[in-house]
Design a protein around this ligand. Sequence first.
Ligand code: NAP
Length: 289
Amino acid sequence: MVASQLKGQITVVTGANSGVGLSVAGLLARAGADVTMVCRSPERGEQALAEVQREGAVAGADVRLELADLSRQADVRSLAGRLAARLPAIDILVNNAGVWLHRRETSPEGFELMFATNHLGPFLLTHRLLDALAAGRGRIVNVSSHAHRYGDLRRAELETIVRSDAWRGSFKAYGDTKLANILFTFESARRWADRGITADTLHPGTLATGIVRRNRSALGLLMRMTMSFLPRPGVGGEAVMRLVEDPAPNVVSGRYFKGRKEERADAQAYDADLARELWDRSLAWTGEA
Ligand SMILES: NC(=O)c1ccc[n+]([C@@H]2O[C@H](COP(=O)([O-])OP(=O)(O)OC[C@H]3O[C@@H](n4cnc5c(N)ncnc54)[C@H](OP(=O)(O)O)[C@@H]3O)[C@@H](O)[C@H]2O)c1
């Protein structure tokens, strides 16, 4: 698919008010796609919507804002209901929103907050949009991270890990969630291929964005000191677009990319038993079982 073929495609981008997500929303709108920007803050969301519209959404492209905090399952269900009612077919879903927190916090449902935001929210949203995705082009791009290599979802019971009782520090907990993104992607590709849905995942680059700026850990501080040398968020946005526009999305699915280059993910990402277990447990944790 070349960029011009994105014209009129129905797309949803989470975490669209900042960093990689804002870049992707802008690139999609400039290619003429209809874009729903999912953001959690009304102020930041309105500001980002105005920016995307101002910077050249193609005439006729429908660019809108939807509000939801993805760490709150009630919010995700309500968002999915609104989207499914308005968009009977979805061509592209970019699960991009993510957090890297410097301390242990829990979501309203009692899950470690990064796990709730980075994995359970997108897992639930994607499941609830399944019929719309199957009715459209059904292209899913999940934004993971190189940090998945520091994750380990085999070190304890998954229940213990998601309740943050096996906490090993903020970066490794973030790594757990980014490993979950890849396991979810590969399992989605296996399970939903017969519905015409494809899913790929990527590390968008180590970039100067809010996720680094806000983290107060020693590593976050170190990364902040190098911010001016890090690539701009647009580099990650372009890498996501490369997957969104992939010329052969219906032929190959279930891949991990580092930027624009396909790469082998960490060995645990290919553990099909773990992927199945995470899937089944995630259905139960989100009340979808
Ligand atoms: N930057 C990097 O070096 C890097 C490297 C590897 C992977 N990534 C991945 O790239 C993705 C995008 O991050 P970024 O670097 O662009 O950082 P960012 O600028 O902080 O953007 C993150 C986006 O996610 C949103 N978000 C966070 N928590 C949310 C919640 N509970 N509900 C809804 N939206 C929420 C943020 O909204 P608010 O503005 O309201 O917080 C923001 O729009 C993430 O998945 C991250 O893991 C980034």
